[in-house]
Write a protein of this length. Structure first.
Lengths: 312, 151
């Protein structure tokens, strides 16, 4: 059985990709950003997922205004990096996992999430920057990737609650896939930033910190945040933080926060990063005393109860 | 036709790219998208007004593009991820555009970002306090009522 073992939240600021591609990682400004992901790369190297599901948004690369799918699942065998105006980023072509992607599509559509299936798609910095931050700059990516592109460019994006429940449905889909696969799910974008209009440059660190705290401890609270609050408090483009709730919804109710990093700014954006592990992974390793195991069992049960209810 | 009032119109200094603006600004965004191709960039640069005729733009939209009035483009339905492609065609960094839209010099804008960005204090609500603060130094003048309530 396939299993989602952990979730990763990460900003996907394009300038981070440009800094990597132009050899600026050692400059003090960028070193401050990249040093925050050193531990994460080690974590990822140890975790060795078999598949990564990456929730991200396209920025007028694969989708213009001709088609604006709310949720688009990449089911292709490969996803080339998009040319965003400066030539495609010099990163390896991403290999997909068409079998698991098709399984997820079938399962979540029957769970009433009407995904768009994408069998040909280029992926932009929204996906490739978090890949670099967690996997470094290898010649080939160490695992296949299933991209899930979410519309957060045209208002309204899906609600935080909808995103969270889609995460639940994805988890159910993954857990019904017969092959033994370790899956890590990424939520990307954010944190607070506004890059448009006279209010551009907005950053709200207090909001970001509270978002990260609740992501670990009380994600249901985050699912009730209206879009207006995201835009007002975290910037017009900060609304892309709803994508992190898909990642969180795919995890257990109780998770271990194994790492967090936050810095301001990278270009116009607050950089946020978090790694959350499902406890059952730890339980399977038998690292915890029996009492803790029982608590986890209870948490697992309640997680399943909520998932099976389908609605709040 | 007048734009229907939305709750998010209360956010100062912000043009939310909603379904209505997406409809209205289709031509602006498709024009910007066309600039992803080098031959189109060259054709645009060779005769801007002529090139823009292909995109079914209103006179106001054409004017905003020719004048590189980025805020007006957003107001008329442009989206920042698209209009940024026009900035890139002109050879500008994104920070240059951000500074333009905020009415500050690129140097000041960069300094504001390095010192933690534009504060949300005083920048939450139009109705609470009138005009958006232009920079951090203005924020003390403009305390938003709604911001106090929201915490």
């Amino acid at each position: 059985m396939a299993k989602i073992i952990a979730g990763v939240g990460s900003s996907h600021v394009p300038a981070i990709g440009a800094a990597l591609d132009n050899g600026k990682t050692e400059e003090p400004y960028w070193k401050r950003v990249f040093s925050g992901f050193e531990k994460s790369k080690r974590w990822m190297a140890n975790t060795k997922p078999d598949v990564a599901i990456v929730v991200y948004n396209d920025h007028a690369s694969a989708f213009s205004v001709e088609m604006i799918p709310t949720f688009a699942l990449g089911c292709a065998a490969e996803f080339p990096p998009a040319d965003e105006g400066w030539g495609p980023r010099p990163v390896p072509v991403l290999k997909g996992h068409p079998a698991l992607a098709a399984h997820i599509a079938q399962s979540v559509i029957l769970d009433e999430f009407d995904l768009t299936i994408v069998n040909k798609m280029e992926v932009d910095h929204g996906l490739t920057v978090p890949m670099n931050l967690l996997f470094g700059t290898p010649k080939e990516w160490p695992c296949p990737v299933i991209p899930l592109a979410v519309n957060v460019v045209m208002y309204p994006p899906p609600t935080g609650h909808r995103c969270y429940m889609l995460g639940r449905a994805i988890r159910k889909a993954v857990e019904s896939y017969p092959e033994d696969l370790k899956v890590v799910i990424f939520g990307t974008g954010g944190l607070s930033h506004q890059i448009s209009g006279p209010r551009a440059g907005l950053i709200n660190s207090k909001w970001d910190k509270s978002f990260l705290d609740n992501l670990t401890k009380d994600p249901k609270k985050l699912t009730r945040i209206p879009h207006l609050d995201y835009m007002r408090e975290a910037g017009a483009e900060g609304i892309e933080m709803v994508m992190w709730l898909i990642m969180r919804g795919a995890l257990d109710d109780k998770v271990d926060e194994v790492y967090r990093f936050y810095t301001v700014p990278a270009s116009n954006t607050a950089v946020g990063h978090i790694i959350l592990e499902n406890r059952r992974k730890a339980a399977n390793k038998s690292k915890r005393p029996p009492a803790a195991k029982n608590r986890q069992a209870a948490a697992r049960k309640s997680a399943h109860r909520i998932a099976s209810k389908g609605q709040r | 036709m007048a734009r229907a009032q939305q709750d998010y119109d209360d956010i100062p200094g912000t043009f939310v790219f909603d379904a209505e603006r997406s409809r209205q600004g289709y031509g602006i965004n498709m024009f910007c998208m066309s600039l992803m191709k080098d031959e189109n960039r060259k054709a645009f640069k060779a005769n801007e007004a002529e090139y823009l005729k292909k995109f079914n733009l209103t006179p106001a939209q054409t004017d905003a593009i020719l004048k590189r009035d980025y805020n007006r483009m957003l107001e008329l339905g442009g989206n920042i991820y698209f209009t940024a492609k026009l900035g890139a065609t002109d050879g500008h960094s994104f920070q240059h555009l951000a500074a333009l839209m905020t009415g500050s010099s690129q140097q000041d804008y960069a300094a504001m970002m390095l010192s933690g960005g534009r504060s949300v204090e005083g920048n939450r609500s139009r109705s609470g306090k009138g005009k958006p603060a232009k920079s951090k130094s203005n924020k003390s003048k403009s305390k938003s009522k709604s911001s106090a309530k929201r915490k």
